[in-house]
Design a protein around this ligand. Structure first.
Ligand SMILES: NC(=O)c1ccc[n+]([C@@H]2O[C@H](COP(=O)([O-])OP(=O)(O)OC[C@H]3O[C@@H](n4cnc5c(N)ncnc54)[C@H](OP(=O)(O)O)[C@@H]3O)[C@@H](O)[C@H]2O)c1
Length: 417
């Protein structure tokens, strides 16, 4: 059956979904010349009001068809996925509402991308749908936002450079967050708290969250012990103090799954780590990194305990549908530094080189809307990307083609510095 659309944004009534629809309206128009896209959600009235808002940006948006589908109504999802090449889902928490859509896409061979950062849910999808998606050719790509595109594509960029320039891949890459300004939305808070609550109730989920190779079916390919950074550390390569990076427990898993899906292209003993960078000195460096680590630990502790989690939910974190306003989004940014390390080899000395991934809007929303929209476009329109289906990652499915798209959309992917 010929699809009516290239892309359907499911969840367009939510905070992030609306930003994705605005991005497509501004950058690609609504006349279907470059891309045929539309919006979907569970509530027709709310969808209509989003369409009206889009028509303020481009009057032709008033003609966008509206598709209604609820996660609790599988037939509505089957109907939705059969009308499009790609579904871009911003309906979260994904562990609560996302599975029936992934099931529908895997069954009907329809491509999919999303913004989840929920590792246990991704693992569940690998176990349930990977083989089916391989058979049907559905390319299911999780983590197409701030988690984990800068990490996953940044690593790929560094490795491609190492191969082209030095003829081999780096056995180790380090990622450090050098700076960031941005906010949090209600959906992100709900997804994080839902995952922490699940981990409190289920031992299997705790095991998945603690496993650095949770998304690699074969597990750790070597006997080397791999752990997540939990406290402040001096990094001799960077000559900086570092603290944990809040999203490392998602991103590192995605980068390791990419390496697995790419046939261990970066090497079976490839090491990848993420951290937040602090200055060199004692007060601004060591003390600040220690304080940051303790603050993060305290937040996770409060979120892990029922009564304080409820308190955070009610009085500190934004409600579903809320998020940083336009000014905050426009004034946000992020800057990530990557360090590639190549040991001495064949008489050549050891080499290290730096790369950068950066964006000039807030990472979680302004830049994330761009990243997930460009991912959907890449899946829908770029016929040079691999056709292989499965539960994939951005690097393993779209790779350098997506980097090129994101560069053209204003993001920095630079190597060497
Ligand atoms: N990776 C990243 O960098 C990143 C960045 C931003 C967001 N996210 C993730 O994206 C997700 C959305 O965040 P958000 O802040 O945009 O959330 P939100 O504002 O609460 O929006 C949630 C959306 O899901 C829809 N929805 C809820 N239940 C549904 C159901 N049963 N069937 C169909 N639709 C349903 C809502 O529809 P109604 O409007 O009808 O309620 C709304 O459109 C979260 O999981 C968040 O963690 C990730």
């Amino acid at each position: 059956m010929a699809e009516k659309f290239d892309i359907v944004i499911w969840g367009a009534t939510g905070f992030t979904g609306r930003l994705v629809a605005e991005y497509l309206t501004r950058q690609y128009g609504v006349d279907g010349q470059t891309v045929r896209w539309t919006i979907a959600g569970r509530n027709p009235k709310k969808l209509d009001s989003i369409r009206l808002a889009l028509a303020h940006i481009n009057p032709a948006a008033a003609n966008l068809p509206l598709l209604v589908a609820d996660s609790q109504d599988r037939a509505s999802l089957d109907n939705l996925v059969q009308q499009t090449k790609v579904v871009c889902s911003t309906v979260g928490p994904y562990a609560l509402y996302g599975t029936p859509l992934v099931a529908a896409c895997a069954e009907h061979g329809v491509d999919y991308c999303d913004l989840t950062g929920e590792v246990p849910w991704i693992r569940q999808n690998i176990d349930s749908f990977h083989e089916q998606a391989v058979q049907t050719g559905a390319r299911i790509v999780h983590c197409c936002g701030f988690d984990s595109i800068p990490s996953d594509l940044g690593t790929l960029m560094m490795q491609e450079y190492a191969r082209d320039k030095y003829g081999r891949f780096c056995p180790e890459i380090k990622f450090v967050l050098a700076g960031m300004r941005g906010g949090f939305s209600g959906g992100t808070a709900a997804s994080l708290l839902n995952m922490i609550e699940g981990a409190g109730n289920e031992r299997a989920m705790r095991r998945i969250l603690a496993d650095p190779f949770a998304l690699v079916p074969d597990g750790n390919p070597t006997n080397t012990r791999v752990t997540d950074q939990m406290n402040a550390r001096w990094d001799a390569d960077l000559e900086r103090w570092t603290a944990p990076f809040i999203m490392a427990s998602i991103n590192t898993r995605i980068v390791r799954r990419s390496n697995y899906l790419l046939g261990y292209r970066y090497g079976r003993s490839f090491q990848y780590s993420e951290a937040t960078q602090f200055p060199r000195g004692f007060v601004g460096g060591r003390l600040a990194a220690t304080g940051f680590s303790l603050g993060l630990g305290t937040f996770m502790g409060l979120a892990g305990f029922g009564p304080t989690r409820k308190l955070l939910e009610k009085s500190v974190l934004p409600a579903p549908g809320e998020g940083p306003d336009q000014e905050a989004r426009d004034n946000g940014y992020f800057r990530i530094k990557l360090l590639g390390k190549l040991p001495a080899h064949d008489g050549q000395p050891a080499i290290s080189f730096k790369g950068e991934v950066a964006g000039n809007k807030d990472p979680g929303y302004g830049e994330t809307a761009k990243m997930v929209a460009e991912s959907a476009l890449c899946l829908a329109l770029d016929d040079k990307i691999p056709q292989r289906g499965g539960i994939l990652t951005p690097a393993a499915s779209m790779g350098m083609h997506l980097i090129e798209r994101l560069r053209a959309a204003g993001m920095t992917f630079a190597v060497p510095l």
